[in-house]
Design a protein around this ligand. Structure first.
Ligand code: GDP
Ligand code: MG
Length: 397
C-alpha cells in the first residue's frame, strides 16, 4: 500500500467523508477533494486517531496510554504532537454526532448536459427505468421535467429536460436548481462543441461536474481518448492524477450506472446540501405548460420550506393557489419538502422556467406582493423612459 484515495480510506474504515476531511484538517494535511490521495503515513495517523476515539468511547482508561506509548515508536518526529492534541477535543466532537438544531440534509438535484446524441436521454431513461418505482397502470403519463431516483445511497433528483436550455434559462433568471452537473461524452465521439459549452456552463455556475463517458459498449469506444482530450481542457481525470471524476457508463447495458449514482452521492455528501423543511418556502419553476384538460400545470422544485395543497404562491406578477399537487411519479401528494419536484395545478398564468416561486400567507398577501412588484416594474420602466428622453434631448442639442 502506498497512496490511497480519501473516500476509499473512509469506506474502508467505515467513517463518512466529512469525518475523514475533519481529521485531515486537524492534521493539517492538504487535499483538493475526497478523491485526492494521501500518503501512507497520513493513513496511519488517521487510523490512530480513530482508534483513540474508539478507545475514548468505551471509556477505556487503558486504551489511551496504550496508544500514547506506541506513538513515539512508530512515528517520525512530526507525529506525536497531533495525536496528543486530539483526545482533548473528544468531549466536544462526540455529542456533535447527534445534531439537534442542525438544518437537515436534502437530496442532490442533478442536471445532465452534453453534446447531441451522446446519450443524455438514454442515460436518464435507464436510470428512470431501473430506479423509479413503476407507476400504477392507468395513470396519465405526463412530462414533469424532473424525477426522483431511489438509490442505495438515498434519493437523487434528476432534471430530465436535458440539454443546456433548461440549465441556462434557469440560470439566466438568476436561479440555480442543479447542485451537480453530469457531462455526458460519447466514447466514440469524444469532446464536441456542445460538450465544451456544457463544461463552460457548469464551470460558470460553479456546479461540481462528473464526467460520464457513455457508450462504452461500442466496439469503437475509446474512453482513453476522451480522458486525454479532457486533460487538454485542463480537466485532469483522477487516474491521471487530477481531480475530475470520470465514470465509464453504457446507457444501453447499464454498465457503470451504479458507479455513477455512487459518485453523485459522494459529491453531494461533500457539498453538504441542506435545506430547512420548516423554513420559509422558496422554489423555482422547472417548466410550465397548458394541459387541455387540467389547465395550467407547472413543475416547481422546492428549494426551502414545504409546500402544502391550499398554499398561495406568487410567481412574477401572478399568483395561484395550489389546487392539487403530484409528485414526479404521478402520485397525488399533499405536501412537499426540499429537493422535491412537484407538479402544481392552480396557477392562472403559465410560468416560465427559472422563475422564482414564493409563498404568501393568503390571497390578500399574494396580491400585495404582486402590486409591489408591478409598482417597482413601472418605476423602473419610467426611469428608463426618462433616461431615453434625456439622451435624445442631449443628442438634439
Ligand atoms: P441525446 O441527444 O444526448 O439525448 O442522445 P440519445 O439518448 O437520444 O442517444 C442518441 C443515440 O445514441 C440513440 O440512438 C441511442 O440509442 C444511442 N445510445 C445512447 N446511449 C448509448 C449507449 O450507451 N450505447 C450505445 N450503443 N448506444 C447508445
Ligand atoms: Mg435527448
Amino acid at each position: 500500500m502506498s497512496k490511497v484515495r480519501i473516500y476509499t480510506l473512509a469506506k474502508e474504515l467505515g467513517v463518512d467523508n466529512h469525518k475523514m476531511l475533519e481529521l485531515l484538517d486537524g492534521l493539517g494535511v492538504a487535499y483538493k477533494s475526497v478523491s485526492s490521495t494521501i500518503e501512507e503515513e497520513t493513513v496511519e495517523l488517521i487510523k490512530q486517531l480513530l482508534a483513540e476515539e474508539a478507545g475514548a468511547d468505551t471509556t477505556g482508561a487503558t486504551a489511551e496510554p496504550a496508544v500514547a506509548d506506541t506513538t513515539p515508536a512508530t512515528e517520525t518526529a512530526a507525529a506525536p504532537a497531533e495525536p496528543a492534541a486530539t483526545p482533548a477535543r473528544q468531549p466536544e466532537t462526540e455529542p456533535a454526532a447527534e445534531p439537534v438544531n442542525e438544518v437537515p440534509h436534502r437530496a442532490p438535484v442533478v442536471t445532465i448536459m452534453g453534446h447531441v446524441d451522446h446519450g443524455k436521454t438514454s442515460l436518464l431513461d435507464y436510470i428512470r427505468k431501473t430506479k423509479v418505482a413503476a407507476k400504477e397502470a392507468g395513470g396519465i403519463t405526463q412530462h414533469v421535467g424532473a424525477f426522483e431516483a431511489k438509490t442505495s445511497k438515498g434519493k437523487i433528483v434528476f432534471i430530465d429536460t436535458p440539454g443546456h436550455e433548461a440549465f441556462t434559462t434557469i440560470r439566466a433568471r438568476g436561479a440555480n436548481v442543479a447542485d451537480i452537473a453530469i457531462i455526458v461524452i460519447a466514447a466514440d465521439d469524444s469532446l464536441m462543441p456542445q460538450t465544451r459549452e456544457a463544461i463552460a456552463h457548469a464551470q460558470a455556475a460553479k456546479v461540481p461536474m462528473i464526467v460520464a463517458i457513455n457508450k462504452v459498449d461500442l466496439p469503437q469506444a475509446d474512453p482513453e481518448k476522451v480522458k486525454t482530450d479532457l486533460t487538454q481542457l485542463n480537466l485532469v481525470p483522477e487516474e491521471y492524477g487530477g481531480d475530475v471524476v470520470v465514470v465509464p457508463v453504457s446507457a444501453k447495458t447499464g454498465e457503470g450506472v451504479e458507479d455513477l449514482l455512487e459518485y453523485i452521492s459522494l459529491t453531494a455528501e461533500l457539498e453538504d446540501l441542506r435545506a430547512d423543511p420548516k423554513g420559509q418556502f422558496s422554489g423555482v419553476i422547472i417548466e410550465g405548460r397548458v394541459d387541455k384538460q387540467a389547465g395550467v400545470l407547472a413543475t416547481v422544485m422546492v428549494q426551502e420550506g414545504t409546500l402544502h395543497v391550499g398554499d398561495f404562491l406568487v410567481v412574477g406578477e401572478s399568483y395561484g393557489k395550489i389546487k392539487a399537487m403530484t409528485d414526479s411519479n404521478g402520485g397525488r401528494i399533499k405536501e412537499a419538502g426540499p429537493s422535491t419536484p412537484v407538479q402544481i395545478l392552480g396557477f392562472s398564468e403559465v410560468p416560465s422556467s427559472g422563475e422564482k416561486v414564493q409563498s404568501a400567507k393568503n390571497e390578500h398577501a399574494a396580491r400585495e406582493v404582486i402590486a409591489q412588484r408591478a409598482d417597482q416594474r413601472r418605476d423602473e420602466e419610467d426611469a428608463r423612459d426618462r433616461r431615453r428622453a434625456q439622451r435624445s434631448l442631449e443628442d438634439l442639442l
